[in-house]
Structures are given as structure tokens and as C-alpha cells.
Design a protein around this ligand. Structure first.
Ligand code: 48Y
Length: 352
């Protein structure tokens, strides 16, 4: 049995995570789901967005499934739950995959997830605020290796997006990316962040694996989601040496929380990436989602009138169809630890 720690969070987090867990249960009985609280309520109780004991248990899990949380702008001492988890679990690589649905193609973004402008180093002293944009050799090298691996499994190249014409850190980062890629025989194209935003809008599918610093990657990956029709369907994985955490790219959307209309597809496809990571093959879920999206009613963010539950049921129905049609699916999902062609599909790297 695999242990998956589930942190639903707040806003629409619990609604979409419920959908993802139901879909995962329809696909495999090899996962035990263990639920944890986190976020503002926990912070008010114990001064941290996640309880220390829970964090220890989460560390011992095989993977984490995360919904979304709301982070206030101005609560003294509060640090966002997801940023805390990325740091505490050493999740240095964020892989965001804009899915190939409705005629588009996949867009793959690798965001450095542990340093850059999210270093957490900074202060306000004498009316001067400073945020340190940290780039270390170690951080740059490991994310470059991660992007190289993504490019290799896809038979593709890397577009490194930076501001090396201005920023000292990005000149340094770029040199390391070029070194690693050359050593591994992967091509790197340069792109400057400002003009790259136009290219990403106009020609979204021509950039191979897009690699960038933490904040640049955050912004680029939100921008890229417009090509999917809605941020609500975009999944992501946060990978470390020991563990990985999977979450939809969308936020907690408090304006629609509790109304039963949140799009569960981003969370469901994050579940598919989680399966890949465990070596259980998420492609059954991906196929079921694309079959469903082709004819099924979608949630309002995608112009439809479906409710969250309709989409979840529809996707589970597709999974049942696929399973009844084909014995092979069943065997692959339940039994085997497949190798590289699975990670090619999206999820990458088997669980250590
Ligand atoms: O995961 C994301 O891309 C989110 O935008 C978080 C980020 O900045 O990385 C948001 C953090 C938060 O508000 O809790």
C-alpha cells in the first residue's frame, strides 16, 4: 500500500480534492489516503500553518495531494502553507503541464521552486524593503538537471527564460544551465522574460521545456493556462529528492467556494501525475479526462453548466468504460511499475 497525505486546504480546495480522491479510488486500491489540516485555522491555533506532528507524518508518506489555501496579504508572522510545504519537504522543482485538450498541445513549464525571489530572505529596515533573489549553484544545477530530464523524455529542448541582460543572478543561472545541458547533450534556447511573454501568447507550443526562476515561472505558468481554456484544468507536481506534492495550479477561489461548481480537472490530473510518480501510470486518468472533455458538459469556468460532481462522475464513468474495454489498462494500473514511457506522458520519475 502507498500512503498519500491529503491536504485539502480551504476555499474550493476540499471540493476539488474530493473529486480527485474519488477518481484515484476508481483507478487503484493500492493507495491509503490520510487527511491533514493546514492553513489559517491551524496557524491561529499553533502559530504555524501546519502542525509539527502532522508534518512528520507527511514526510513519511509516499506522496502528497494538496488542494489550495487562501493566504492573507497582511497577517503578521504568517507564511503561506504551500510555500512552507515546498520548503520543509525540499520540493525544489515545480513541473506544470498545460494539458493537451481540445486540439491544443501540451505546454511544459519547469519552475525553480526553492529560491529566486521566493528565498524568504529579506527585511524592511529604515523604510527600505529588500527581497533577496537568491540563485545558488546547487539550486541552479539541480533544476537544470530536472529540466534536462524533462527535455530528454520528450525528445525536446529547453527554453531558458531569464533577464540575464540585467540581473546578475540570471547571468550566473544561465551559465550553469548551459553547462549542464551541454554535458547532457540537450539544446538550450535563450529567451528574455519580457519579450517571451508575447511569444508565449502568440506561439505557445514552440518552446520545448520552458525553464525559469521561481517568480518568473509562477507568472509564466499562470499566463500559459489561458491556452488550456481555464486555469481550472492545469495540474502540477512539486518534486524533491524524497517526496513529491501534487496540486492543481489554480488557487482557493473563495468567491465560488461551497457552490459546487469548481472545476475538478486540475486536481484530477494532478492525481494522474501522482500515480506516475508512484509508478502506477496516470495515463488511464488522462485518457478518461480527454474523452470526457470531448463531449461532456463542463463547469462554468469553461463555458459549461456542469457541477463539480457531474464532471467527477463523468470522468469515473469514462474510467469504468476504459477498464471494461481493455484488460491491459487494468494490469498496467494495478500491477506494474512501468518505466520511462509513463514519465514521458507527464508525471516523471518514479518514487524513490
Ligand atoms: O503555487 C502558486 O503558483 C501560487 O501562486 C503560490 C505561489 O506564489 O507560488 C501562492 C502562494 C500563496 O499565496 O500561498
Amino acid at each position: 500500500m502507498y500512503r498519500v497525505a491529503v491536504i485539502p486546504g480551504d476555499g474550493i480546495g476540499p471540493e476539488v480534492i474530493d473529486g480527485a480522491v474519488r477518481v484515484l479510488k476508481a483507478v487503484t486500491d493500492r493507495i491509503r489516503f490520510e487527511y491533514y489540516e493546514g492553513g489559517l485555522d491551524v496557524f491561529r491555533e499553533c502559530g504555524s500553518p501546519i502542525r509539527e506532528d502532522d508534518l512528520d507524518e507527511i514526510r513519511r508518506s509516499d506522496a502528497v495531494l494538496f488542494g489550495a489555501t487562501t493566504t492573507p496579504f497582511d497577517l503578521p508572522g504568517y507564511r503561506s502553507l504551500i510555500l512552507t510545504l515546498r520548503k520543509e519537504l525540499g520540493l525544489y522543482a515545480n513541473l506544470r503541464i498545460i494539458p493537451e485538450l481540445k486540439g491544443g498541445r501540451e505546454i511544459v513549464i519547469v519552475r525553480e521552486n526553492s529560491e529566486g525571489l521566493y528565498s524568504g530572505i529579506g527585511s524592511v529596515v529604515n523604510e527600505r524593503a529588500v527581497d533577496v533573489r537568491l540563485i545558488t549553484r546547487e539550486g541552479a544545477e539541480r533544476i537544470a538537471r530536472f529540466a534536462v530530464e524533462q527535455a530528454k523524455v520528450r525528445g525536446s529542448f529547453i527554453t531558458f527564460v531569464h533577464k540575464a541582460n540585467v540581473l546578475i543572478g540570471d547571468k550566473f543561472f544561465r551559465r550553469i544551465v548551459l553547462e549542464v545541458a551541454e554535458e547532457e547533450g540537450v539544446e538550450v534556447k535563450d529567451a528574455i522574460i519580457d519579450s517571451f511573454t508575447i511569444k508565449l501568447v502568440r506561439k505557445p507550443w514552440e518552446h520545448g521545456v520552458i525553464l525559469s526562476e521561481n517568480l518568473f515561472g509562477d507568472i509564466l505558468s499562470d499566463l500559459a493556462t489561458v491556452h488550456a481554456g481555464s486555469i481550472g484544468i492545469v495540474p502540477s507536481g512539486n518534486y524533491g529528492e524524497e517526496i513529491a506534492l501534487f496540486e492543481p495550479v489554480h488557487g482557493s477561489a473563495p468567491d465560488i467556494a461551497g457552490r459546487g461548481i469548481a472545476n475538478p480537472i486540475g486536481a484530477i490530473l494532478s492525481g494522474a501525475m501522482l500515480l506516475d510518480y508512484l509508478g502506477l501510470d496516470g495515463s488511464l486518468i488522462r485518457t478518461a479526462v480527454s474523452n470526457y472533455v470531448r463531449d461532456g458538459e463542463l463547469t462554468p469556468d469553461m463555458g459549461g453548466r456542469a457541477r463539480t460532481d457531474d464532471v467527477v462522475r463523468g470522468i469515473i464513468g469514462e474510467i469504468e468504460n476504459l477498464l471494461s474495454m481493455d484488460e491491459v489498462w487494468r494490469d498496467e494500473i494495478r500491477v506494474s511499475r512501468l518505466e520511462s514511457d509513463i514519465s514521458r506522458m507527464a508525471g516523471l520519475r518514479l518514487h524513490p
